[in-house]
Design a protein around this ligand. Structure first.
Ligand code: ADP
Ligand code: X15
Length: 394
């Protein structure tokens, strides 16, 4: 990486504004997977050891510029304190007088966590005034939030224009490992795309068609493609305004000779609940008042075969609503196939995919678990990540 890192600056006694991605999955206020917090520990520990005043900054969820009580970072501060074995003070704001006062009382090696930066409308707008307000709090900017590096926001990009700006160890590692795997990929190269962020991910597919040999679609994303094929999807997740785009991607795949795999059967449910009535149906037989929440057994077998024959697999986004056991089998099957395919280099991307692999106890079997879903996809597409571009060159 041609960007400066924390190793290239003297942080002793300095106030370091360290952007991390603590956007962890939560249920009823409890963190269900702390992978992203643990992934940031090497940088945080290094800053503590070097005698910096460590100001940690993150978003959580998508509160859209307003305070959402459930999206405060209190539980994250508590978990981080446990992991570090050290008190982490948390403020209820992300800038302003109270934050300044908290920073003024910090000693070398202290750790402070600011409130969710997405409570402020200026964050996602990359408002220079907010970026300046953040910059005023510190002497040095460290970006270790690889998972949010594809966002040009005030705390991921804007602030870098007002302070010396360097990468943390997680950012450095992600770029190195993904770069190595993807610059000259082993073939067959397979991408598996699932999850629920249809709007974010659908555009990625177009560029992926220039890179991969096989493209596998699953999760909530699949049903826009199913609809594009002319089948009914009932109450399944659907982006109406992306149907034409989905159609064009399937045509492009054909032109390029990319094998495009879609579910052939699915698990449908009569409501979005673990104890819903469920059945397996063919892809062209989704009942109108049911929703597809997982890929079916034939699809799992098909996808397993493709995975076993691949040399490189990049997987982003679960195949179904794996948080509920009734709809976890598809995601589990893909994770298991990746674990069994010992000659296949496997890269997992995305908070939820990483959580799924962890939940099934298969994390150790993967070659690289990236903390970024969208970020790793954009990196794979060959796009420049704004959070990286903004950092100081070596
Ligand atoms: N068929 C489906 N219908 C609705 N939601 C789904 C479906 N399949 C997967 N999901 C949901 O997608 C979410 C993960 O999506 P996303 O954020 O795009 O993935 P990642 O964090 O791995 O990038 C999970 O919470 C999962 O429950
Ligand atoms: O969870 C994240 O992305 P991911 O779901 O693509 O892994 C990052 O924290 C970015 O979050 P965002 O997609 O709300 O900007």
């Amino acid at each position: 990486m041609n960007k400066k890192t924390v190793r290239d600056v003297d942080v002793k006694g300095k106030r370091v504004f360290c952007r991390v991605d603590f956007n962890v999955p939560m249920e009823n206020g409890v963190i269900t997977d702390d992978t992203r917090i643990r992934a940031a520990l090497p940088t945080i520990r290094y800053l503590i050891e070097q005698g910096a005043k460590v100001i940690l900054v993150s978003h959580l969820g998508r509160p859209k510029g307003k305070v959402v009580e459930e999206l405060r970072l209190n539980a994250v501060a508590k978990r981080l304190s446990e992991l570090l074995g050290k008190q982490v003070v948390k403020t209820d704001e992300a800038y302003g007088d109270a934050v300044k006062a908290a920073i003024a009382s910090m000693k070398e090696g202290d750790v402070l966590l600011l409130e969710n930066v997405r409570f402020y409308p200026g964050e996602e707008k990359n408002d220079p005034e907010l970026a300046k307000a953040f910059a005023e709090l510190a002497d040095i900017y460290v970006n270790d939030a690889f998972g949010a590096a594809h966002r040009a926001h005030a705390s991921t990009e804007g602030i870098a224009h007002y302070l010396p700006a360097v990468a943390g160890f997680l950012m450095e590692k992600e770029i190195e490992v993904l770069g190595k795997a993807l610059s000259n990929p082993d073939r067959p190269f397979t991408a598996i795309i699932g999850g629920a962020k249809v709007k974010d991910k659908i555009g990625v597919i177009e560029n992926l068609l220039n890179k991969v040999d096989n493209l596998i679609i699953g999760g909530g994303l699949a049903y826009t493609f199913v609809k594009a094929l002319g089948h009914e999807v009932g109450k399944s997740l659907l982006e109406e305004d992306k149907i034409e785009l989905a159609k064009s991607f399937m045509e492009k795949a054909k032109e390029k000779g990319v094998n495009f795999y879609m579910p052939v059967d699915v698990v449908v449910a009569d409501r979005f609940a673990n104890d819903a009535n469920t059945k397996v149906v063919a892809i062209d037989a989704i009942p109108s008042d049911w929703e597809a929440l997982d890929i079916g057994p034939k699809t799992r077998e098909l996808y397993r075969d493709v995975i076993m024959k691949s040399k490189l697999v990049v997987w982003n986004g679960p195949m179904g609503v794996f948080e509920m056991d009734a709809f976890a089998e598809g995601t589990k099957a893909v994770a298991q196939a990746l674990a069994d395919a010992v000659d296949t280099y496997s890269v997992i991307g995305g908070g939820d995919s990483a959580a799924a692999v962890e939940k099934f106890g298969l994390a150790e079997k993967m070659d690289h678990i990236s903390t970024g879903g969208g970020a790793s996809l954009e990196f794979m597409e060959g796009k420049q990540l704004p959070g990286v571009v903004a950092l100081n060159d070596k």
